[in-house]
Write a protein that binds this ligand. Structure first.
Ligand SMILES: [Zn+2]
Length: 285
């Protein structure tokens, strides 16, 4: 542990609070952080506080690679002044003095590890809160929004990137949001300055990502003739399938891929059918 990292962690610890009971009375021991109020224990791994109990996060992940925070956002943070919080920082190549790097996983430059649904950070600390490509992975996005507004200063800036037409990806991916859906999440607490398609999310990338995942699925599960058929198809031919779902052409294509397992199709499907049966609960008393 070099001195620089030690000083940064000393500073970071002045920003923390217990995510369970919100007490700031945390004490630091050899391998754990203790809340003196609710007596909850959290892990200290590599001198970093880990505020969730997920044992799959047990060491520093040196293999992960992430895009560094774009200069466009760093400029916005600087213009706003004060401190910024980067929720879902991933593996940032370096720390900056004015950005707290937070994630669920621990990478070499993660300042604090925790769960976005219960931030271990004090109220009103941040002039800017960023969360890029995180919200589709949250089980209860509304709770995370509440937490973001809690740690953000009044008048503070919010920067969100989240999935709309992205295929299913990563280990946990719960919700894709439309523009209206994003507004439902955030506008109760944040006035809208923009809700746009950012350069990294433009429409040709949707088609590109879908084509990539679709062709990989066909390559994995279908005979070569089917692979050839799809690899050589034009967008125009595919469009005709959508224009007439009951045409011979559309039916032929459906037959070619109908045996691809449901689990694989689930990454790209138009939608899902859920059938349920109400659980029988024993009444109490
Ligand atoms: Zn506590």
């Amino acid at each position: 542990m070099n001195e620089q990292v030690g000083n940064r962690q000393e500073w970071i610890r002045t920003l923390l609070q217990c995510p369970q009971c919100r007490s700031v009375l945390l004490s630091y021991h050899d391998r754990e952080v203790r809340c003196e109020e609710c007596k909850h224990y959290y892990r200290l791994i590599w001198n970093r506080c880990v505020f969730h109990d997920d044992i799959s996060v047990s060491h520093v992940d040196y293999n992960r690679r992430s895009f560094p925070l774009s200069l466009r956002f760093i400029e916005k943070i600087k213009r706003k002044g004060g401190l910024a919080l980067n929720i879902g920082c991933g593996a940032q190549p370096e720390n900056m003095d004015f950005i707290v790097d937070f994630d669920y996983i621990l990478c070499p430059n993660t300042d604090v590890v925790g769960d976005g649904h219960a931030l271990p950070l004090r109220d009103g600390l941040f002039n800017t809160v960023l969360s890029l490509n995180v919200f589709e992975h949250l089980k209860t996005p509304d709770r995370a929004v509440q937490e973001i507004q809690r740690v953000c200063k009044p008048g503070g800036l919010l920067i969100i990137h989240t999935a709309f037409m992205q295929p299913h990806h990563d280990f946990s991916h719960f919700f894709n949001a439309t523009r209206e859906g994003i507004r439902e999440w955030f506008t109760p607490f944040f006035s809208e300055l923009a809700c746009i398609v950012s350069p990294n999310f433009t429409v040709e990338k949707t088609v590109a990502w879908m084509s990539h995942d679709f062709l990989n699925m066909v390559r994995k599960y279908c005979p070569k003739a089917t692979v050839d058929r799809y690899e050589n198809m034009t967008l125009r031919e595919l469009e005709r399938v959508w224009k007439d779902l009951y045409s011979d052409n559309a039916q032929e294509l459906y037959k070619l891929i109908r045996d691809i397992p449901d689990e694989a199709q689930g990454n790209l499907a138009l939608g899902f059918e859920f059938i349920g049966e109400k659980k029988i609960r024993k009444t109490v008393g």
